[in-house]
Design a protein around this ligand. Structure first.
Ligand code: UDP
Length: 390
């Protein structure tokens, strides 16, 4: 039987980047996606009433230290300068609700403690009067926070937010989640510390459509792929959920999903793109005002999302892999099954069950495409994973 070439299941970043690379190497590539648009969860679209570019599945800000990835995305989109400056509304020491700068920096510390400390003074103050230095090797999120910023800042900015975001107590979460966030003893309030940062001028979907725009690539949207049909293809790249490939036979890997409560406004509702809410009593984690993600545009109308996090049920969109002890055990069972399966490679955030930033997704997709072509050239078996999920 003649097979139909290479299939990418999912028209998000992984499928598009791998597909493009194989197409440029002279192969025929088909890309299918069950949704009516390309772009996966990076999808952006203009709101018909206000013309605001909306990050439909929540905010995406491109940031990387990987120069090759930065060059790659810039060859498919014009990137505009964008600095992610996040604020947090939470209760200060007086118990009143206030607005603070994030990530925790010298401004946050001075504002929160009503002081006017210089960097060294603030560092000494946090170390000697706030941090719990009896915790030598922080293992949980809570220990990490208490060790580095102390109880007051932890409770105001991290505890409530994290309980809402992850649905469990921070002492049940790994320290690695908090390590994503810096604490700074200067006034730098750029949320990310990467060298390259920006926003594609006409959105992520337009960028991903350009990646897919190649004479050897055929895209079918609103098309559901059944893994039982894998044998019809020379090789399948699956960017759907790892457990989904196996029909969730061994059980479901845990995810958090997000609900977005959309509302509109005339004018400027909150004055910034992202406002976090640190308190457990406020049910949403953050509010995003989408027009501020495109500061070079000007719109009278505004589109906002109140964002709520909850456990992902069948039929919901999976966002954040949970990866606690129970999920890791199930994950290793699925990994073993995947490794015993021929003709498919699992890619991306859902395929490898990891929380990936966009730049890492692109880096891994490029490496996967190279690795795959090497396997073809050498006549070797193509692995289920080029990047191990465990
Ligand atoms: N976090 C928090 N308070 C905040 C922002 C973040 O406690 O105001 C915690 C939370 O547990 C979150 C983690 O830090 O999951 C990582 O934050 P990041 O902003 O990287 O989360 P993302 O934007 O990727 O959801």
């Amino acid at each position: 039987m003649t097979k139909s070439g290479f299939l990418m299941v999912g028209a998000g970043l992984s499928g598009a980047v791998i597909g493009r690379h194989l197409a440029e190497a002279g192969h025929d590539v088909t890309v299918v996606d069950s949704r009516p648009h390309a772009g996966g969860n990076c999808h952006t679209e203009r709101d018909a009433d206000t013309q605001v570019m909306v990050h439909v599945y929540g905010p995406h800000i491109f940031h990387t230290d990987d120069e090759e990835v930065w060059t790659y995305v810039n060859s498919f989109a014009t990137f505009r300068p964008y600095k992610n400056r996040v604020k947090s509304t939470t209760r200060g020491l007086t118990g009143e609700r206030e607005v603070f700068s994030l990530p925790v920096n010298l401004h946050t510390i001075n504002q929160f403690f009503r002081r006017a400390m210089r960097p060294d003074e603030a560092r000494d103050f946090i170390l000697n009067e706030q941090a719990d230095t009896s915790i030598e090797n922080p293992r949980t999120f809570e220990e990490q926070a208490l060790r580095f910023v102390g109880r007051d800042l932890y409770e105001a900015f991290f505890k409530g937010y994290t309980m809402k975001q992850w649905g469990c107590h921070p002492c049940e979460l790994p320290a690695s989640i908090l390590r994503r966030l810096p604490v700074r003893f200067n006034y730098d309030d750029n949320y990310f510390f990467h060298r390259f940062q920006g926003m594609p001028e006409d959105g992520y979907t337009a960028m991903i459509e350009r990646i897919l725009d190649h004479p050897r690539i055929t895209v079918h949207l609103e098309t559901v792929f059944d893994p039982a049909d894998a044998g019809k293809w020379d090789h399948v790249f699956w960017s759907g959920p790892l457990d989904g490939w196996f029909g969730y036979e061994l059980g479901r890997l845990g995810y958090r999903t997000l609900d977005f409560e959309r509302f509109t406004h005339r004018g400027d509702w909150q004055g910034c793109a992202v406002m976090n809410y640190g308190e457990a009593e406020v049910p949403w984690t953050r509010i995003t005002e989408h027009k501020h993600f495109s500061p070079w545009e000007s719109h009278e109308g505004s589109v906002l999302y109140r964002e709520y996090s909850r456990a992902c049920e069948p039929g919901d969109i999976p966002y954040y892999p949970i990866r606690q002890v129970a999920e890791k055990a199930l994950l290793s069972d699925y990994v073993r099954r995947a490794e015993a399966t021929e003709g498919v490679t699992f890619v991306g955030r859902l395929g490898t069950y990891r929380y990936l930033d966009m730049d890492v997704t692109i880096r891994e997709a490029l490496d996967t495409a190279h690795g795959f072509l090497d396997c073809l050239a050498r006549g070797e078996r193509v692995p289920a994973f080029f990047v191990p999920p465990l």
